[in-house]
Write a protein that binds this ligand. Structure first.
Ligand code: AMP
Length: 224
C-alpha cells in the first residue's frame, strides 16, 4: 500500500494591528488545515486565569497594553512548537511581535526547512478602535464576536455553547491607543524585517468582510 506523504504546511504567520481580524482568521485557518492555532495572547491569558507567577506579572503588563518580555514569550512558543501536533505546521497569531521574537522564530524554524507563509492584515487605526470596543469573546471556546459587525444571535451569549461573553480587560478604550502605538513602534518594523530577508508578505485588506478575507487566504495557501 502506498501512503501519500502528508503535505508540509510549515509556519503560517499573521501580522496586523489589534482587531484587524488576526484571531478570527488564524483560528479558522488552523481548523481548516488541521494544524494547531498558537496564540501567544491566549497562552498568556491562560496563565493569568490560572494565577501562576508568570500570569500575575503578565496581567499588569497586558492591562497597560504593553508587551511581555521577549525571553518569556520565546520560551513559551519554543516549548509549544516541540509538541508533536506541530509537525505538519502551525498558525501563529500574535507572534512574533518584536525583532527579537522574529529572530528567535527564525532560529526555531532553522534546520527544519519549513516553509513560512506571512499574512499582513491592514486596518486603519480609527477602524481598529471602533472594532475593539465592540469585541466580545467566549471564555469557553474562544469564538470572537463583534457587536457591530458579527453579533451573537442571543445578545451576550456564545452561539456555540451559550456561555456569557466577556470583554477583554485590555479592550478598554484607554488601553487601545497604547496597544496601537505599541504595534506601530515594535511590530510593524518586524514585517519590514521579514520583507528585507526576502520573505514574501501577503497584504490583506482588513476592512473586507471576514468571509472575503478567508477566501483570499485560502486561495493564497492552496492555489487551484
Ligand atoms: P493579543 O491577544 O495577541 O492581542 O495579545 C494580548 C496581549 O498579550 C498583548 O497586548 C501583550 O500584552 C501580550 N502578548 C501577546 N502576544 C505577545 C507577544 N508575542 N509578545 C509580547 N506580548 C504579547
Amino acid at each position: 500500500m502506498v501512503v501519500a506523504a502528508e503535505k508540509q504546511i510549515g509556519a503560517v504567520v499573521f501580522f496586523g494591528p489589534p482587531a484587524a481580524g488576526k484571531g478570527t482568521q488564524a483560528r479558522q485557518m488552523a481548523k481548516r488545515l488541521g494544524i494547531p492555532h498558537i496564540s501567544t495572547g491566549d497562552m498568556i491569558r491562560a496563565e493569568v486565569a490560572a494565577g501562576t507567577t508568570l500570569g500575575q506579572e503578565a496581567r499588569a503588563i497586558m492591562e497597560k497594553g504593553e508587551l511581555i518580555p521577549d525571553e518569556i514569550v520565546n520560551r513559551m512558543v519554543r516549548e509549544r512548537l516541540k509538541q508533536p501536533d506541530c509537525r505538519r505546521g502551525f498558525v501563529l497569531d500574535g507572534y512574533p511581535r518584536t525583532r527579537g521574537q522574529a529572530q528567535a522564530l527564525e532560529n526555531m524554524l532553522q534546520g527544519n526547512d519549513e516553509p513560512m507563509t506571512v499574512f499582513n492584515i491592514q486596518l486603519p487605526a480609527e477602524d481598529a478602535v471602533r472594532r475593539i470596543t465592540g469585541r466580545r469573546t467566549c471564555p469557553k471556546c474562544g469564538t470572537i464576536y463583534n457587536l457591530y459587525g458579527h453579533p451573537p444571535r442571543d445578545p451576550g451569549r456564545c452561539d456555540l455553547d451559550q456561555t456569557p461573553l466577556v470583554m477583554r480587560t485590555d479592550d478598554r478604550e484607554e488601553v487601545i491607543r497604547g496597544r496601537l502605538e505599541c504595534y506601530e513602534r515594535d511590530t510593524r518594523p518586524v514585517v519590514d524585517y521579514f520583507r528585507q530577508q526576502g520573505q514574501a508578505i501577503h497584504e490583506i485588506d482588513g476592512s473586507l468582510p471576514a468571509e472575503a478575507i478567508s477566501d483570499r487566504l485560502c486561495r493564497i495557501l492552496s492555489p487551484a
